[in-house]
Design a protein around this ligand. Structure first.
Ligand SMILES: *Cc1c(COP(=O)(O)O)cnc(C)c1O
Length: 361
């Protein structure tokens, strides 16, 4: 018997996630100097983590011999104060991607359905398929989640509905009113998952906590990978009613979140000025990229996140040309958008470099 015949059927058909290539890979492949390469492919924070988070992480590293606090006590209490909720209403994960996987562990069996936008964050589909469930993709409407159509796509087999707002890869968001109406309309057997990975970049992010207090079946996802600049440490969280958090905590590994990440995240939450300045700089950078696209006659989708969807024609070709010039962005063929690139908003200098390379191409 070979390994394939022993594997669960969903493993054999599982698609492979293609991450933005690390700078070192591209340098090796193309014979470029890594120092001259900029990466605007994975929506990372060009300003890095808060110096206070780095100091806290460094202190935590000195006790790397100890297992971390599996319950993330300090971080959950810090988050509770930050959001005005109870510590029991948080579940912390190895990136918010892990929370999506925990939702799969807790709720998905073969035959279940998960409703999601198309295109939306690809991990929803990957986790759905891994658990043998069916991904029901509802096309976006004018680049935003069509919540009416998503509600209509719910069947008795539906367990989860994934709403990404602002959405990756489009940068578009649904309003607080739209989300509230949608969540209140969900049938009792469905859990709404609202992915707020980019909420901190919004001028005014919808506050869905009243829906949790109302007892609606939802979980909101946040991450330290984007505005807090801690993608490398893999830390994200969900907030929801205590009953849902307890179930998710039951299916996670005992030490799923490392101590260095926990310490950094606590310090990052304390440095509100740094996060606010990253949000301001990113908005300015987005305006710069939008203006640059208009100057080049390129269509783009107005974004509420730290990236911009830009129509360049042959996305793969422009991606390749940019990469040869040392600028890594994200082609979107796998998202069904072959004419578009997703460009992360970088520092002002990085944005200028990106635009100038694009101009030459
Ligand atoms: C980047 C991103 C995340 C964050 O994932 P982590 O596992 O926390 O790094 C979550 N959702 C969306 C839509 C994202 O784009």
């Amino acid at each position: 018997m070979n390994y394939e015949s022993l594997a669960r059927p969903s493993v054999l058909t599982q698609p492979v996630y293609e991450p933005g290539k690390p700078i070192e890979y591209v340098a090796r492949e193309l014979g470029l100097d890594p120092a001259g390469i900029i990466k605007l492919a994975s929506n990372e924070n060009p300003f890095g983590p808060s110096p206070r988070a780095v100091a806290a992480a460094t202190r935590a590293l000195a006790h790397g011999e100890l297992y971390p606090d599996g319950g993330c006590y300090e971080l959950r209490h810090k988050l509770a104060a930050f959001h005005g909720m109870d510590a029991g209403e948080f579940v912390v994960g190895n990136g918010s991607n892990e929370i999506i996987e925990l939702l799969g562990h807790a709720f998905l069996s073969p035959g279940n359905e998960v409703v999601m936008g198309g295109p939306a964050f690809v991990v929803y589909r990957l986790v759905t398929l891994l658990f043998g469930a069916k991904a029901v993709e509802v096309p976006l409407r004018e680049w935003r989640h069509d919540l009416t159509a998503m509600a209509a796509a719910i069947t008795p087999q539906t367990k989860l509905v994934m709403v990404c707002s602002p959405n990756n890869p489009t940068g578009t968001a649904n309003t607080a009113e739209e989300l509230t109406t949608f969540v209140r309309s969900l049938p009792d057997h469905v859990i709404g998952v609202i992915d707020e990975a980019y909420a901190e970049y919004q001028e005014m992010a919808p506050d869905l906590k009243p829906l949790i207090r109302e007892g609606r079946k939802i979980v909101c996802l946040r991450t330290f990978s984007k505005i807090y600049g801690l993608a490398s440490l893999r830390i994200g969280y969900g907030y929801a009613g205590v009953a849902l958090c307890s179930l998710l905590n039951r299916v996670r590994q005992p030490f799923n979140v490392n101590a260095i990440g926990q310490a950094a995240a606590v310090a990052a939450l304390d440095d509100r000025e740094f996060a606010a300045s990253c949000a301001r700089e990113t908005r300015a950078g987005r305006v710069q990229l939008e203006q640059g696209c208009r100057d080049l006659g390129l269509e783009y989708v107005p974004s509420e996140a730290n990236f911009l969807l830009v129509r360049v024609g042959d996305g793969q070709r422009v991606f390749d040309s940019l990469q040869r010039r040392g600028v890594i962005v994200r082609p979107l063929k796998s998202y069904g958008l072959p004419e578009w690139l997703r460009v992360t908003v970088g520092s002002l200098a990085q944005n200028e470099r990106m635009l100038s390379e694009l101009r030459q191409i």
